[in-house]
Ligand binder design. Structure first.
Ligand code: ATP
Length: 276
């Protein structure tokens, strides 16, 4: 995350720590694991994301902004846009998810892999506190199954991603993304790993940290709302996900090159005399 010293108010994380913001979110996820919102496996997934974020320089890159614009355009053109929310998403960006759904008139559906008594309720409570009025996936109607997937990731709300035309599935597993594509959904994801199966299967992949990109997506949504449909369609049609993924990886490669050249200077700064 950004290196600015914000007053994050996280116990045991001094605000002047160079990685204060990243540590703040780690603590948040750990706390919410004890409240059942996040699972241990969700913590590992976050760690995988953080590793890729390091390669991005922990900032939003131009290809991701391009993907965000196309994503918002396609969500504005959708007849029935639905966001699929898991524990990590609810823990990291509850307010922005609710705000984005409101601006885009999208439905929110909770979809979790690890079921545990009280978990859905804990995630629901976070989303409601963030202002969500309508939440799908609560088991109040008979669930249905996505085809072409055997795990319990197939179980969904018939009113949610199952009947959507455009779905936003951030931090998603490849199996469900593949199943959604197999039944013709237009899939948008947010995934820091540009080579995950989800990143590759999706129609639009935003390679960015969800913590940074969701507030930006809200801005794009407010800005593009009211844009003529032909213009929105042009934004979607001219977007090339494959090229965008390659561009993102290219930027990671460039940064790795820069870091490898800079390693001596950085060691010297941290540990004077290290190179003597
Ligand atoms: P796949 O099944 O698609 O190949 P995977 O096995 O990594 O990928 P999961 O672990 O279920 O799938 O998905 C988590 C994905 O979310 C990972 O690719 C990880 O890089 C990404 N991720 C984790 N935290 C964040 C975050 N804060 N912002 C954006 N992406 C994230």
């Amino acid at each position: 995350m950004s290196k600015k010293n914000k007053n994050l108010g996280t116990p045991n994380v001094p605000n002047d720590h160079p990685r204060a913001e990243s540590l703040h979110y780690r603590h948040k996820l750990v706390d919410l694991m004890f409240e059942k919102v996040v699972t241990p496996s969700g913590l590992c997934a976050h760690g995988r994301g953080e590793a890729f974020d390091y390669l991005l320089g922990e900032k939003t890159i131009p290809p991701s902004e391009k993907a965000m614009e196309a994503a918002i355009a396609s969500l504005l053109l959708a007849k029935h846009p639905v966001f699929s929310i898991n524990g990590n998403v609810a823990a990291l960006v509850p307010e922005s998810i609710v705000e984005l759904a409101e601006v885009l008139d999208a439905d929110i559906e909770i979809n979790i892999f690890y079921q545990a008594p009280g978990r859905i309720e804990a995630i629901t409570s976070i989303l409601k506190k963030a202002g969500a009025k309508k939440i799908l996936g609560l088991g109040d109607v008979e669930p249905t199954s996505l085809p072409n997937i055997s795990s319990n990731r197939r179980i969904v709300d018939p009113r949610g991603i199952f009947s959507a035309d455009v779905v936003l599935v951030p931090l998603e597993d490849g199996d469900r993304t593949e199943a959604l594509k197999s039944i013709g959904k237009y899939v948008i994801t947010i995934d820091l790993n540009p080579v995950s199966r989800t990143a590759l299967y999706s129609d639009i992949t935003i390679v960015d940290n969800i913590i940074r990109c969701l507030p930006l997506m809200v801005e794009y949504a407010r800005e593009l709302k009211g844009t003529p449909p032909e213009e929105l369609l042009k934004m979607v049609e001219t977007f090339d996900n494959e090229k965008n993924l390659v561009d993102s990886m290219e930027l990671m490669r460039t940064r790795l090159g820069y870091l490898s050249k800079d390693i001596g200077a950085r060691r010297q700064k941290i540990q004077p005399g290290a190179n003597e």
